[in-house]
Design a protein around this ligand. Structure first.
Ligand SMILES: O=P(O)(O)OC[C@H]1O[C@H](OP(=O)(O)OP(=O)(O)O)[C@H](O)[C@@H]1O
Ligand SMILES: Nc1nc2[nH]cnc2c(=O)[nH]1
Length: 180
């Protein structure tokens, strides 16, 4: 389907202003809990890019930033095996680590990244995700992020970092194609 038609035929589930409010409250909580810990934030590429950017400019304390790229959807709407494209460069050993991503869906990605951080000797590991998808298919039952903006219903979503077949990561809100 043409990508403009897809957008016209999608539902807006979360508006940009709702996302901004959710980011404000995540930032406040992050500041309270990590403001004096000189943490290092790792953006999970590609989806985490926009959430990380919006979050970072709201944080008024010293922190470092790095990224990693682990992907299991790779332009498809169903997840497969996790593929590590790029490992982080800033060492995690002895550091307070914060993993930032756009969505916690089945949680396979986050669970694997958290395991990696613990094995890399992080002093503490926290996770921050913009949205948590509501369903009972989590890879680890009850898996939650430490900092979470909003919940979304159980549909394939795109926008604000999340793609639909590679497109529309730039959409200024969270959308779902009708019928999906
Ligand atoms: O909870 P899960 O079911 O494991 O899915 C969540 C992950 O899926 C997306 O990444 P994706 O694999 O699409 O890669 P991308 O960020 O490069 O789009 C998203 O950015 C999360 O990292
Ligand atoms: N774009 C996108 N990526 C995902 N990764 C896991 N779930 C989703 C989703 O609903 N949309």
């Amino acid at each position: 389907m043409d990508m403009r038609t897809l957008m016209e035929q999608s539902d807006c589930l979360v508006t940009q202003s709702q996302l901004e409010a959710a980011l404000d409250s995540m930032a406040q909580q992050l500041e309270q809990q990590l403001g004096d810990k000189l943490p290092v934030f790792y953006c999970v590429m590609n989806g985490g890019l926009i959430t990380t950017g919006h979050l970072l400019t709201r944080l008024g304390f010293p922190l470092e930033v790095d990224y990693l790229h682990a992907t299991r959807y790779r332009g498809r709407t169903r997840g497969g095996e996790l593929f590590w494209r790029v490992s982080p460069e800033v060492p995690m050993s002895g550091r307070h680590v914060v993993i930032v991503d756009d969505i916690l869906d089945e949680g396979t990605t986050l669970a694997a990244i958290l395991k990696y951080c613990h094995e890399a000797g992080a002093r503490s590991v926290s996770s921050a995700v913009l949205v948590d998808k509501r369903h009972d298919r989590k890879a680890v039952p009850g898996l939650k992020a430490d900092f979470c903006g909003l919940e979304v219903e159980d549909r394939y979503v795109f926008g604000f970092g999340m793609d639909y077949k590679g497109y529309w990561r730039n959409a200024p809100g969270i959308f779902a194609p009708k019928g999906m």
